[in-house]
Write a protein that binds this ligand. Structure first.
Ligand code: NDP
Ligand code: MG
Length: 388
């Protein structure tokens, strides 16, 4: 039959390379037509990927790398573009399925462009939902595409959430590994470096989400992501620390039942599910060995040591553009932390200050309001960081 046309925004990242592996495992070029791939700094990998999967267009988000990408793909017949307009061109190609795996708010505009065409969106870039929330969901719905979560927790919930039982959903329980500092005191966390913070115990991921796992800002973003994906009230969203990362998340029903999705910590299961949904595929990933596993542990999250969780509650309660503001301030604080300009614990303080400063911003009526709040929150976060 006809091949499934797809594009990957952020193909050179951790999710992007896992997505290409899943595509290869499920039949590669015999079954899929890869239209566009996008990366940013890793030109060598982007060119290799584009040639290996026969992409029609390769785009680097970094306009300064246009010539390098052009050189790397000379004679290949693969079109090349760069910068924000290049990303939009990639998103605009006729793919039926688009993996949104750019990191940060940089992913919002291209993902929206793909959504507006009616493409199915496999969403790894949680920042889209945290920032643009209902407007993002609405854009996809209006254009007729499906929104399929890739984030492992949300994929788990999506997999166990039975459509005809939605009325009986009482709560959703997001599991959190607790990250590398799960048992650390605030004093111990005060002077950790980005190098230490990125070493995740269970998952191998990009830099931003690894630091976000250590600070639990990743879980904070995921709480807001869950609200918009599953249309639940803030008080229906629970977080439980589960250090083994075997249960990827759970849904609790009004009859007391709790359904969970389990698996080895490997993003390819969630990516594969998003690719072949509503069918499951056959993947070469590790199988759970329950006898070896022996036990699963749980503990309550500590909002004093991990204030990000409290800030997510605040954003959920305040609603409006607080998600966009939290997300933009967090991204700015993350860059400052990685650059050694602020400490690990300062990130949450910067975010809270900016959220408080912008508490009166009116809710968004259009996407431009989201971009404006995002930009203002970045400026304010930079000011707070400089003033420290
Ligand atoms: P990576 O940092 O590994 O990859 C990010 C991708 O985005 C790369 O292709 C990178 O290009 C590209 N990129 C970087 N900066 C920009 C920019 N300014 N504009 C456009 N593209 C850019 O991230 P991950 O794969 O870990 O994460 C991607 C998204 O998926 C994030 O939103 C994350 O929260 C989410 N996610 C990731 C999980 C994981 O296991 N990794 C799990 C669940 C969600 P290059 O590398 O060439 O510079
Ligand atoms: Mg996750």
């Amino acid at each position: 039959g006809r091949k499934h046309r797809l594009s990957i925004l952020g193909s050179t990242g951790s999710i992007g390379t896992n997505t290409l592996d899943v595509i290869r495992q499920l039949g590669g070029r015999d079954r899929f037509d890869v239209l566009a791939l996008t990366g940013s700094s890793n030109i060598t990998l982007l060119a290799e990927q584009a040639i290996a999967c026969g992409a029609k267009l390769a785009v680097t988000a970094d306009a300064g790398q246009y010539a390098a990408l052009k050189d790397a793909l000379a004679g290949s017949g693969i079109a090349v573009a760069a910068g924000p307009s290049g990303l939009l061109e990639a998103a605009g190609m006729d793919a039926e399925w688009v993996m949104a795996a750019i990191v940060g708010t940089a992913g919002l505009a291209p993902t929206l462009a793909a959504a507006r065409r009616g493409a199915d969106i496999a969403l790894a870039n949680k920042e889209c939902l945290v920032s643009a929330g209902a407007l993002f969901v609405e854009t996809i719905g209006k254009a007729g595409g499906r929104l399929i979560p890739v984030d492992s927790e949300h994929s788990a919930i999506f997999q166990v959430l039975e459509e005809d039982q939605r009325h009986a959903v009482e709560r959703i329980v997001l599991t959190a590994s607790g990250g590398p500092f799960r048992t650390w005191t605030r004093e111990q966390m005060a002077d950790v470096t980005a190098e230490k913070a990125r070493a995740h115990p269970n998952w191998s991921m990009g830099l931003k989400i690894s630091i976000g796992s250590a600070s639990m800002f990743n879980k904070a973003l995921e709480m807001i992501e869950a609200k918009h994906l599953f249309n639940v009230r803030p008080e229906q969203i629970e977080v439980i620390v589960h250090p083994q990362s075997i249960i990827h998340s759970m849904v609790g029903y009004t009859d007391g039942s709790v359904l969970a999705q389990l698996g080895c910590p490997d993003m390819r299961t969630a990516i594969g599910y998003a690719l072949t949904y509503p069918l499951r595929s056959t993947l070469n990933v590790d199988r759970l060995d329950f006898a070896k596993l022996a036990r699963l542990d749980f503990e309550a999250p500590d909002e004093v040591r991990f204030p990000a969780l409290r800030l997510a509650r605040l954003a959920l309660t305040r609603d409006g553009l607080q998600g966009a503001i939290m997300n933009a301030a967090e991204e700015t604080a993350f860059h400052a932390f990685v650059a050694g300009r602020i400490g690990f614990l300062d990130m949450a303080e910067v975010v809270e200050t900016v959220m408080d400063q912008m508490v009166d911003v009116a809710p968004a009526t259009a996407i431009d309001d989201v971009f404006a709040a995002d930009a203002e929150a970045r400026v304010r976060a930079a000011e707070v960081i400089t003033a420290r």
